[in-house]
Design a protein around this ligand. Structure first.
Ligand code: SF4
Ligand code: SF4
Length: 277
């Protein structure tokens, strides 16, 4: 099994378009699993018209108060670094559960053991099938803040199934935060997708720095290559001894496929498929 990450420093570069098109293209001759690890904003299932089936519910622990034991000292609110607890003077603490990350500092700080544990549902892991490939994806519920637990549950499900496939294509979240690092860590190769704009250049530099630190070999894919200034990207790529490995043009056919929820077919995607094999 070969795991390939499709990543990018910013949202909207066409990362998911590349990941879905590449997975479908590889799927013509190989067993392929597409993993949507962008749990805050998953959209691969929409791009491919996949009907998702829920396979796992993701829970997070949250504190639960026994107010009979509470002496209204306010120490739990002081201990909470994300301001999920408000303790009005000499009154019982008020808990804002959306802010809570389950760290446990409040329970540790309570002198009367008035804080125990409950749990809340924060997301799901889904699977599906379409266009000859299998699909696995996570989704964080609206108004929840801690996506790491959903990514962890997704990775756990992936680890149990990965060996059934020749290729696993992981569509990471945008940016360089913990979820992206977690998705990149299991990958032996990455495609850094960018666009020919100053913002694309800036964010590509961040993702190349991260991939170099993680020692994940990578190549650069320039999306909408004929709109904007490709030399901006060439210059920043050269800093890492790279050049643009693949260019995806801005084409009407690609936009139509994107808007209809069907896989993008293009010569550039076929070239990309041969490159990652
Ligand atoms: S578990 Fe952590 S984040 Fe949640 S309320 Fe307690 S201290 Fe705050
Ligand atoms: S730390 Fe414990 S006793 Fe103090 S306000 Fe919080 S729950 Fe009540």
């Amino acid at each position: 099994m070969k795991q390939i990450a499709v990543t990018g420093g910013k949202g909207g570069t066409g990362k998911s378009t590349v990941a879905t098109a590449l997975a479908v293209s590889l799927g013509k001759k190989h067993r392929v699993l597409l993993v949507d690890a962008d749990v805050d904003c998953p959209n691969d299932h929409l791009l491919l018209g996949i009907k998702r089936e829920k396979v796992k519910t993701v829970w997070q622990r949250i504190p639960k108060w026994d107010f009979e034991k509470c002496i209204k000292c306010g120490k739990c609110a002081e201990a909470c670094k994300v301001n999920a607890i408000f303790a009005p003077k000499e009154k019982q603490p008020i808990f804002m559960q959306q802010q809570c990350n389950g760290c446990g500092a409040c329970a540790l700080s309570c002198p009367t053991q008035a804080i125990g544990w409950d749990k809340k549902e924060i997301g799901h892991v889904f699977r599906g099938k379409a266009h000859g490939i299998d699909f696995l994806g996570g989704e964080l519920k609206v108004n929840e803040a801690v996506s790491e637990f959903v990514v962890d549950a997704l990775k756990e499900t992936l680890e149990k199934n990965a060996e059934e496939y020749d290729f696993v294509v992981v569509d990471t979240a945008a940016g360089t935060h913990c979820d992206v690092i977690s998705a990149l860590q299991g990958s032996e190769f990455a495609l850094a997708v960018t666009e020919p704009t100053p913002l694309g250049k800036h964010d590509l530099e961040l993702i190349m720095k991260l991939l170099s630190e993680l020692q994940v070999p990578f190549e650069i894919v320039l999306n909408r290559s004929d709109v904007g200034k490709a030399n901006l990207i060439e210059k920043v790529a050269a800093k890492y001894g790279k050049s643009i490995a693949a260019k995806i043009p801005y084409k009407k056919e690609i936009m139509i496929a994107y808007s209809k929820g069907i896989p993008v077919k293009d010569k550039s995607i076929e070239e990309l498929r041969e490159m990652v094999k």
